[in-house]
Ligand binder design. Structure first.
Ligand code: URP
Ligand code: ZN
Ligand code: ZN
Length: 464
């Protein structure tokens, strides 16, 4: 049996913070208490001045994903390694059902991508592109394999978009089997009309990606998604929510007591539409959907996080290199692969701009980045909390450590950072996953393939 004692740190949970020692036995947290005797442990780590956080859970990533005529630049090895450097010890990635094919085939394909590569534990959502009435029980089979959530697209017509009937069928099925529908909520049909007009007028630069996807198209889709979920009697989770307009829809639904949930991402909290108007083709670095919005949306999203209208911060990490992948859309913004990198910087950015700036308590920070994603996606209490019996996914967080985010020094396999030059205070000094040290003072100790697939429980969260 291997034992590690982390002494003198401050334990942070979603509810409270308190000084204590934390004893790890093999892969689990054994005890949290004051003054645990050091003789009890094989290794002793002094965490004086440090916060002890539950390992971060990033519920929205796209590793090794074919999209936009290319494949996202991080695979399960490089992406999970970068995640760990930033204090994320669990991620939930997306497998994609090919049109006309079985979801089960996609699950097998994504397990293959992760096998031998993942360095941290991971779960999978399933992107549904095709759901005939006769295939509904395929969703139940996926749930039995631990795929407790399904993503549907109301955007990208002809590629990923599904119609309202399909969405409704899927919602009804999850109402029965306890899984959760995650919705990419933008009105794809309307956006398509606006995009075609822009192209016909010769508007091909990256900024038109944002100008052709109005916030009202997001709000309309969020409203529709929630209405369909209400009729079906099922919960719904809106992914990558970007605007005040969309947030208002979620808030209104939650005020009525509906089980509607939503996440936002650091890019929507910290970046705005001006990034897409950078000179030359540079704006392509910020092409993802929904697009960046005007600055006035940002304080509303922060308010939403504070007041629990938004429950989760994830990254939507979907990296494409500027030099040879974003360049596919040099003459036509619709051909720029949609997505941006961020898996490594989520905790740093949210801690600095949330906790240090007084927008979030450190407990709310933990709730948004670990505890609530674990609850909603069926991983709690194995993940998302520091408590006896939970996996020993522990981040020794140095609240004083300051650094500047740079592509030259990050660990993501992508040639730019959306947050280049951002100074952040607060960083992971040491990261443990199931009791194993992955990162210590910037040095990597993890192994590809050690990450385990997580079978998630359906209705893991209480739908409140
Ligand atoms: O632009 C984005 N967000 N790319 C990833 C796919 C998605 O819609 O989440
Ligand atoms: Zn999406
Ligand atoms: Zn995404």
């Amino acid at each position: 049996m291997s034992t590690t004692l982390i002494r003198n740190g401050t334990i942070v949970t979603a509810e409270t913070s308190f000084p204590a020692d934390l004893l790890i036995e093999d892969e689990k947290i054994r005890e949290i208490a004051p003054d645990i005797p050091a003789e009890a442990a094989g290794r002793v780590i002094d965490a004086a001045g440090m916060l002890l956080l539950p390992g971060g859970i990033d519920a929205h990533t796209h590793l090794d994903m074919p999209f936009g005529g290319t494949t996202s630049a991080d695979d399960f090895e490089t992406g999970t390694r970068a995640a760990a450097y930033g204090g994320t010890t669990t991620l939930i990635d997306f497998a994609i059902q090919a049109r006309g094919a079985k979801m089960r085939d996609a699950l097998d394909a994504w397990w293959k991508k992760a096998e031998g590569r993942a360095t941290i534990d991971y779960g999978l959502h399933m992107i549904v592109t095709d759901l005939p009435e006769a295939g509904l029980e395929d969703m139940d089979a996926l749930v039995a394999e631990g795929v407790a959530s399904f993503k549907l697209f109301m955007a990208y017509p002809g590629v990923l978009m599904v119609d309202d009937a399909t969405i409704f069928r899927a919602l009804q099925q999850t109402g029965r089997n306890g899984a959760l529908i995650c919705m990419h909520a933008e009105n794809g049909g309307v956006i398509d009309v606006i995009v075609r007009r822009a192209l016909a007028e010769g508007k091909t630069a990256p900024i038109y990606h944002a100008l052709t996807r109005p916030a009202a198209a997001e709000a309309e889709a969020v409203h529709r998604a929630i209405a369909l979920a209400e009729i079906a009697g099922a919960p719904v989770y809106i992914v990558h929510l970007s605007s005040e307009d969309a947030l208002n829809q979620v808030r209104e639904a939650r005020d009525r007591g509906l089980p509607a949930f939503a996440e936002t991402c650091p890019q929507y909290l910290l970046l705005s539409v001006e990034e897409l108007a950078r000179p030359g083709f540079e704006g392509a670095k910020y092409v993802f959907t929904p697009p960046l919005r005007e600055k006035h949306h940002q304080p509303k999203l922060w308010d939403g996080l504070r007041q629990d209208h938004l429950q989760v911060v994830s990254t939507d990490h979907c990296p494409f290199c500027f030099a040879d992948q974003k360049a596919l859309g040099k003459d036509d913004f619709t051909k720029i692969p949609n997505g941006g990198p961020g898996i490594e910087n989520r905790l740093q950015l949210l801690y600095h701009h949330g906790v240090n700036q007084g927008r979030l308590t450190v407990n709310r920070f933990v709730e948004l980045t670990a505890t609530t994603p674990a609850r909603i996606f069926g991983l709690y209490p194995r993940k998302g909390v520091l408590a006896p019996g939970s996996d020993a996914d522990v981040v020794v967080w140095d609240p004083q450590a300051s650094h500047v985010i740079r592509a030259a020094t990050h660990h993501m396999r992508v040639d730019y950072s959306m947050f280049e030059g951002f100074r952040v205070q607060g960083n992971a000094r040491m990261v443990l996953s199931r009791g194993e040290v992955l990162v210590e003072d910037g040095v990597w100790h993890g192994r590809p393939g050690r990450g385990q697939y997580l079978r998630r429980a359906a209705r893991g969260g209480a739908w409140k």
